[in-house]
Design a binder for this molecule. Sequence first.
Ligand code: DC
Length: 649
Amino acid sequence: MNTSKFIDLPELLSARGNVRLPGSKSVSNRVLLLAALADGNTVIHDLLESDDTARMREALCQLGVEITPLDGGAWRVKGVGGVFPVKRANLFLGNAGTAFRSLTAALALGGGDYRLSGVARMHERPIGDLVDALRQLGAEIAYLGEDGYPPLAICPAAIRAGGVVRIRGDVSSQFLSGLLLALPLTGVETAVELVGELISRPYVEITLAMMARFGVRVERQGGQRFVVPAGSAYRSPEIVQVEGDASSASYFLALGAIGGGPLRVDGVGENSLQGDVRFADALAQMGARVTMGPDWIEAGAPESGALRGIELDCNAIPDAAMTLAAAALFADGPTTLKNIASWRVKETDRIAAMTTELRKLGATVEAGEDWLRVTPPAVLVSPPQGIDTHDDHRLAMCFSLAARGVPVRINDPACVGKTFSEYFARFAEVARTVPVIAIDGPSASGKGTVAAQVAAALGWHYLDSGAIYRLTALAAQRAGIAWDDEAGVAKIAAELNAQFVGDSIRLAGEEVGDAIRYEAISAGASRVAALPEVRRALLFRQRLFRRAPGLVADGRDMASVVFSDAQTQVFLTASVEVRAQRRYKQLIEKGITANIPLLSQDLRERDLRDSQRGTAPLRQSEGAYLLDTTNLSIAQAVALVLTWSKAVR
Ligand code: DC
């Protein structure tokens, strides 16, 4: 699992390939509960392993259900035949809405003393409509915090099943699903009547299909009434295969549409139970080329090149609709998503969070209580502080798509573990990133000259990373901050107002190309570069140089840290004597006085400091070509780097 504070995604040139999807969260949590309640043992294949399903598994184990991992990733659940053996438990359900809602219903109708709680956000997510419905059946449920919200206390009660239960379905479909899943525990015929509109109806279809798989057929009477027949009881179908997650598929399908494709997801298709497969239709409406088989879907770029902005009622695809908002960054006009009020009560207020984060990328975003309109910017901008994910897995996955236009930093990427812990690994497998030639080496080895010429020959961008450390040293000096004041210099680095335009290097608008080459600043650069906080503050700034069609970057840690995935890595060096002579010539040409023995001495000291420091020391990385230029001309060195880079292009 990725536990770092952020992940930096390089700009993508294209995306294509195949992705095998993880199991569906909605199906997995329903199957776990049904298998637990059923008569008999169930072997479950391709069950999703994620935070939400882990919460469900843990809760069921606490309730006395035996769940055993088998070889090959399958699980065996020993059903309890409708009655949980443990009658008193304190269950923590994290932020797993599906687990919380369905267990509330099953425990309230099952009888026993239970406490159900979750993370702070779970306690802000409503559950009142479900509690009201369960109380109609005699359930004893108390709110332990605010009325209408978890945490809950459930007490044993005389359940009066039968008759009609009314339930609202306009805040979350999980209330109706939870109630339906629990009603067979009563054994009595009960009718459920919906009050008002039902949102996210396809999720109720998953519930009904899974109940049928476990032997209970709910009778539908029109769209608003469901009857659970008398004598219903869950029986294990023995083996259940969980299909791939259709919401997880949406990110890759959108990636195929904006990244050329073809990108194919395996595990969901025409035969899927999940409503979110209809995301494929929405993408096709935006112009993407979409094809579908029984258990796969493939997406590619529109014939015309660009996606079209659309206006869409997203009631049936609430989760995947978020992906449309991200894909909308690449459309030729505004995209309006309507009927998405449920976004407000999910892992975070998704309308608010999407608005904030899309704006950081330069998009114009308008939003109301239940709608969102995204107008793409002419040019995407990448926020230096990164995209915040608001503890919402879907935000993290959605914003990875922005990398098709710009390098992007995603904060707290580990939140994808809620449903798809391997997301960024799968993403990297299908994404073709902007290529990098990383040239590292000691001071005055000539790597700057070679790197700039290689970049010019290829028509690629060029990053002189040493100049960024030099600018930081100069800016610190000007602000009166000592070069060893780590926090002070790191702040200067984070706020560095630097521009690189052609050959010109500017600090706060002032040309400083020569000023940063003075020996005093060279020494300062070497000092500030040894401070880990400073290096951290400058990391993403350097990565932002990696833009299409390619980047040649020179420095000390280009291959080891900043661009560790660089396709071509070169360690360029020369003897100290030759380097001192080169630096001498450079300085004299600029009218700066110099002396060779002093320069040699200085280079030796700097080499030592650069190679012995604790953070990102200068050294040849494993995959790097060694280029000793002591006896080579610049042209010869450039030709060699071009040859090496051609081998991987
Ligand atoms: O390459 P240069 O001489 O312009 O670099 C100036 C200083 O910055 C040098 O002492 C090492 C440091 N530096 C670094 O630590 N990491 C880089 N990627 C580039 C330079």
